[in-house]
Design a protein. Structure first.
Length: 434
């Protein structure tokens, strides 16, 4: 090992010394040539000589990128032939920061590096491979951004906001919002911990992306998988028309709706059924209505860019168009409290028709706190005070005098007292409500 190291050091130093000797002799020749010319020819001759030996007298500035070829590689250093400038050396950390270049480089290969300083401890020009490589990397990233190139990169880590990738040695960020539909983490309730777990499953996965932002000054690289598939999706979406009916499968459930995957002309697409388009009646919890994997049929109601909006309820008859055949204003009906809010309660009259009892239609003593009278799951008798089929609204009241004269109120109270249905009603037996 000692002998090999001596030979290695001797070869590099001898090579460097030879170049320095060549440089010294050239300077002597240059001086002698200039001294022998006549005064009138001096200026012209000097210009010619300087032009002929310009590469020997102009030194690149520190920080400038220069080119050379590899003449030797060690465990912690790589030596570069810089021609008339002599020999350059790249040490440890700069090599490891660009390990791909170091491992694949062979003797004689051309290489670019940045000048760090002249005449170091070994009388060599110290170079940085990292600086030159990063400059080339950012230049290439800017080119990719400008041309819109699609390229493959691998996910190296994940955080709650998205994924970390490495492109040309530069660490970039892929936000969750820029994931393609196949990789978007659809989590019920938007649970951040579950989203993070889904994102971690993508570590090590190769993704096709486009560069959205390449800001070298701020070390900011942002990429998008969604943008990378946009051209392909755009072409497929040309075949999607409003009014089309598609058969698909529930691929994800979120608070605001359901994602449905379907195949159109051999291309798998995905659309969203907003919670308001699931059914004609009020839907509070999406997962009570459908489950992931359920086969469904939906109607295309909108195509906006790469987003497909779907509706399931528009393939069903609108029950509100026949609501007047079921209910009339002033009628007393039994309903189940579905949800209580500060402004009132949502009441289920049947599977299709839901109504609202506004806080102003509650007895005065409970209007400040509707939960004193209304409780989810409980059943009560209500009076229908309004029906609006076109707006899908039905108003209810718990006021004793709702739309009635005093005599009618007293008569009704007597009748209901005899039937035992005033106020809260007993819990109904299990099974369908009649």
């Amino acid at each position: 090992m000692h002998r090999t190291g001596c030979i290695h050091r001797f070869s590099v130093e001898t090579y460097s010394a030879g170049l320095l000797l060549h440089y010294f002799l050239s300077c002597v020749i240059l001086w002698f040539s200039m001294a022998t010319v006549t005064t009138n020819e001096a200026t012209g001759k000097m210009g010619q000589l300087l032009a002929a030996h310009q590469d020997m007298v102009e030194l690149p500035a520190v920080g400038e990128i220069i080119a050379g070829s590899i003449i030797d590689k060690g465990r912690n250093a790589m030596y570069i032939d810089l021609g008339p400038l002599g020999v350059g050396v790249i040490y440890g950390r700069d090599l490891f920061d660009d390990m791909d270049t170091f491992q694949t480089a062979n003797l004689g290969d051309p290489v670019e590096a940045t000048v760090v300083r002249y005449d170091n401890e070994e009388s060599l020009i110290e170079l940085s491979l990292q600086s030159a490589t990063r400059e080339r990397s950012w230049t290439e990233l800017r080119r990719k951004m400008e041309t819109g190139d699609v390229f493959e990169t691998e996910v190296i880590d994940a955080n709650k906001g998205g994924l970390l990738v490495r492109v040309n040695g530069v660490t970039g960020f892929l936000p969750v919002s820029q994931l393609a539909p196949d990789h978007y983490p659809r989590v019920e309730g938007g649970d951040k911990h579950k989203i993070f777990e889904r994102l971690k499953e993508l570590v090590g996965t190769p993704l096709n992306v486009k560069v959205l932002t390449a800001d070298q000054d701020n070390e900011k690289l942002i990429v998008s998988e969604k943008a990378a598939v946009s051209d392909e999706l755009s072409a497929a979406l040309e075949n999607v028309n409003v009014g089309d009916v598609v058969d698909g499968t529930v691929s994800g459930i979120v608070d605001f709706g359901v994602f449905v995957k379907f195949v159109l002309e051999g291309k798998e697409l995905e659309g969203l059924v907003h919670i308001s388009e699931l059914a004609w009646q009020r839907v509070d919890k999406v997962d009570d209505f459908v489950s992931v994997g359920d086969p469904v049929q939906a109607k295309v109601i909108g195509v906006d860019g790469l987003r497909i909006s779907l509706s399931m309820k528009q393939l069903q008859d609108d029950p509100w168009m026949s609501v007047a055949e079921k209910y009339t204003i002033g009628e007393r009906v039994k309903g189940e409290v579905l949800k209580v809010t500060p402004f009132g309660g949502f009441i289920k009259l049947d599977n299709d028709i839901h109504g609202l009892v506004h806080v102003s239609e509650l007895p005065d003593e409970v209007q400040s706190d509707p939960t004193k009278l209304l409780e989810a799951g409980k059943k009560k008798f209500f009076t229908i005070i309004s029906i609006e089929p076109k707006n899908h609204r039905l108003g209810l009241s718990l006021r004793k005098d709702a739309g009635m004269t005093k005599g009618a109120v007293e008569s009704r109270e007597t009748t209901e007292a005899q039937k035992g249905v005033v106020g809260d009603t007993p819990e109904p037996p299990s099974g369908p409500t009649t």
